[in-house]
Ligand binder design. Structure first.
Ligand SMILES: Nc1ncnc2c1ncn2[C@@H]1O[C@H](COP(=O)(O)OP(=O)(O)OP(=O)(O)O)[C@@H](O)[C@H]1O
Ligand SMILES: [Mg+2]
Length: 203
């Protein structure tokens, strides 16, 4: 299963989500089952992996840089494990990231103001593949969070039940191997269900 993590909006935890999901897969199935493809020219995922290596631990999975050629090759390839593509905010690399994927995760903050970009990304992604919105860095007791959930309900937006709360531990894990994967484990459960549904459809 190849999952692209995409949103034109910056700083919505795309890289964090890619690294945490790959860590959750590695914790569950062992090393070599997850790969992160870093398609963002900012190279944040690669920098994270390098920093973890310098730390001495490493991430436990590979982070590979991905250009247009890499993504084109991926799109044509079968794959038994779990690939996560950390997509850039725009351009041909974003398009190629989406085309390479079986499913697109669109992280968005718990601010209703950010939903326009999430919806635009969702429309774009669903031209070629399936996609759903993931609320990240959430503060559940705020009006903004409740309004965000309501707006998603009103628009019948496909979304994950899992919500990733704002956590200092997640913020601090940047550049090291996450010690715990928190709600990203639940997100992986949901993605496994997506995968089962997809393989069921193909039969
Ligand atoms: N659940 C969380 N709780 C607290 N902070 C978080 C959480 N998830 C991500 N962050 C922080 O939010 C910031 C942005 O995250 P990240 O770099 O993953 O976003 P991005 O979408 O990849 O950004 P860019 O557009 O620059 O690629 C980082 O400082 C990260 O540590
Ligand atoms: Mg990033």
């Amino acid at each position: 299963m190849r999952i692209a993590i995409a949103n034109a909006k910056g700083g919505v935890a795309k890289t964090t989500t890619a690294i945490y999901l790959a860590t959750a897969v590695t914790d569950r199935y062992g090393e070599t089952t997850a790969t992160v493809y870093d398609a963002d020219p900012q190279s944040s995922a690669s920098l994270w992996a390098d920093a973890a290596e310098t730390d001495g631990t490493g991430l436990g999975f590979e982070v590979r840089p991905a250009n247009l050629s890499t993504l084109g090759r991926l799109a044509a390839q079968g794959h038994g494990g779990w690939d996560f593509v950390d997509a850039p905010p725009q351009g041909r690399l974003l398009e190629a990231s989406i085309r390479s994927a079986d499913f697109v995760v669109i992280p968005t903050s718990d601010s209703p103001l950010d939903l326009q970009q999430a919806w635009a990304m969702l429309d774009e992604a669903r031209k070629t593949t399936s996609a759903a919105v993931l609320i990240v860095r959430a503060e559940r007791n705020t009006t903004a969070f409740k309004q965000t959930e309501q707006a998603l309900r009103d628009a019948a937006t496909p979304r994950f039940d899992t919500v990733i709360p704002k956590r200092q531990e997640i913020k601090k894990a940047l550049g090291s191997r996450p010690a715990r994967t928190y709600e990203y484990r639940d997100l992986l459960n949901e993605l496994e269900q997506v995968r089962r549904d997809m393989t069921g459809e193909e039969r």
